[in-house]
Design a protein around this ligand. Structure first.
Ligand code: FES
Length: 115
């Protein structure tokens, strides 16, 4: 059973992957993982992962089964992801990885002159 009520105190079950491989690790992903583990509710499983192929924009975080990719996540961003994404069901837009979650304004810039 899923919970889509933003006012609910119990977020639906999810898994959060936090890359612990080389590039992400050099950019502080261990602290990001530690912060997630101390912040998420019991319905959310958090684990470190191997490289997810987004090394240039780490630390990389994925929220499953939503299929949401976050990039350049810092420990200070964890509270926003927990409160906005997990509790309020609204992904944190400024942390979304543009490769997987392109913004409309980015689309227009990249497609200019292709007509
Ligand atoms: S090292 Fe983290 S995505 Fe590759």
């Amino acid at each position: 059973m899923t919970n889509s009520n933003p006012a609910s105190p119990t977020p639906k079950r999810r898994c959060i992957l936090v890359c612990q491989y080389r590039s992400c690790s050099r950019n502080g992903s261990e602290e990001v993982l530690t912060t997630f583990r101390s912040t998420v509710p019991p319905s959310v499983f958090v684990t470190g992962s191997d490289c997810m192929g987004q090394c240039g924009s780490g630390p990389t975080v994925r929220v499953m089964p939503d299929g949401t990719w976050y990039c350049q996540v810092k420990p200070d961003d964890v509270v926003a992801i927990v409160e906005q994404h997990l509790y309020a069901e609204t992904p944190v837009e400024n942390l979304l990885h543009p490769r997987f979650h392109p913004r409309p304004d980015t689309y227009h810039e990249s497609s200019a002159g292709q007509s």
